[in-house]
Write a protein that binds this ligand. Structure first.
Ligand SMILES: Cc1cc2nc3c(=O)[nH]c(=O)nc-3n(C[C@H](O)[C@H](O)[C@H](O)COP(=O)(O)OP(=O)(O)OC[C@H]3O[C@@H](n4cnc5c(N)ncnc54)[C@H](O)[C@@H]3O)c2cc1C
Length: 245
């Protein structure tokens, strides 16, 4: 990545103005993925002093977009599934720097936390576009660049997250998240999808029968389906249930 300049605007209004007036201007989150891109940016906009990195716990939980994945991992007042979804991401150094804002905004199909946020039916608040559901954003993205301010969702009664990786530091070959009776599946390797009103007394094979999986250099769609069934079986046991066959 190359950048001509980094700016620290004095307000979000000013940050947004720069973002939309320059084609190659972009918001800087933790910078970990931006750094890896082979792109030339005119301006990197550092909003770390303007965006929240706070986690507010209540019936509705809200997480500021600059919150690090490490803070999400270690905040045990958050739903357990959310802690679990980030706990295995790379090393502590990466989790200290990577932000939830950068993870969500990038709509990375492999993302572990995004699958959990789809299961939680999270709401995203953008500076200009206002509130958009994570599920809609995940499928359609935005028409124009924007600044993500916070992520919020209703606290679930139950949540859990599971994944499969060949190597600890690798991306997941498959990831699954449960929030109450909603199941989301990501890294298929397409973007996460979700199933609502899931009857977890059914077999993983039955539950996943309509879910589409794809192949890439990491594994075939058949392999991914088998992994997903196995990890779902584990999740169902964690949830205290087991299917009949
Ligand atoms: C070595 C390594 C291993 C990883 N392994 C995994 C893994 O196993 N599982 C996994 O899920 N993830 C993994 N990740 C990804 C990581 O979790 C983050 O998703 C990623 O680093 C992006 O977060 P960031 O804060 O660094 O964003 P940045 O790189 O700063 O930004 C990413 C994108 O989001 C935009 N952006 C950032 N913040 C905002 C905002 N507030 N508003 C609008 N736009 C914004 C940027 O302009 C950019 O387009 C890994 C990353 C690294 C570097």
């Amino acid at each position: 990545m190359k950048a001509d300049r980094i700016v620290k605007p004095s307000s979000l209004e000013q940050a947004y103005e720069i973002l939309i007036s320059e084609k190659s201007a972009t918001i800087l989150g933790g910078g970990l993925f931006l750094r890896l891109q082979k792109k030339h940016f005119t301006t990197l906009i550092d909003c770390s002093h303007l965006l929240s990195s706070e986690i507010l716990i209540g019936d509705v939980i809200s997480i500021g977009s600059m919150t690090s994945l490490r803070d999400i991992e270690t905040n045990l007042s958050l739903p357990k599934g959310l802690n679990q979804s980030v706990k295995q991401i790379s090393g502590v150094g990466v989790r200290n720097l990577a932000t939830i804002g950068g993870s969500v905004y990038g709509r990375y199909p492999f993302s572990d936390i995004n699958t959990m946020l789809v299961a939680l039916d999270a709401t995203l608040t953008f500076f200009n576009s206002g509130k958009i559901s994570m599920r809609k954003y995940n499928e359609e993205g935005l028409k124009e660049k924007d600044i993500l301010l916070e992520i919020s969702f209703r606290a679930p009664q139950f949540s859990a997250s599971a994944f499969y990786k060949k190597v600890y530091t690798d991306f997941s070959l498959i990831n699954l998240s449960v929030s109450n009776n909603t199941l989301a599946i990501g890294a298929r390797p397409m973007r996460p999808i979700y199933l609502e009103h899931v009857d977890f007394s059914k077999s993983p094979k039955e539950i996943l029968s309509e879910v589409e999986f794809g192949s890439d250099f990491k594994g075939s769609k058949e392999y991914r389906r088998a992994l997903c069934e196995a990890r779902l079986e584990d999740l169902i046991y964690t949830m205290g249930g087991h299917h009949e066959n």
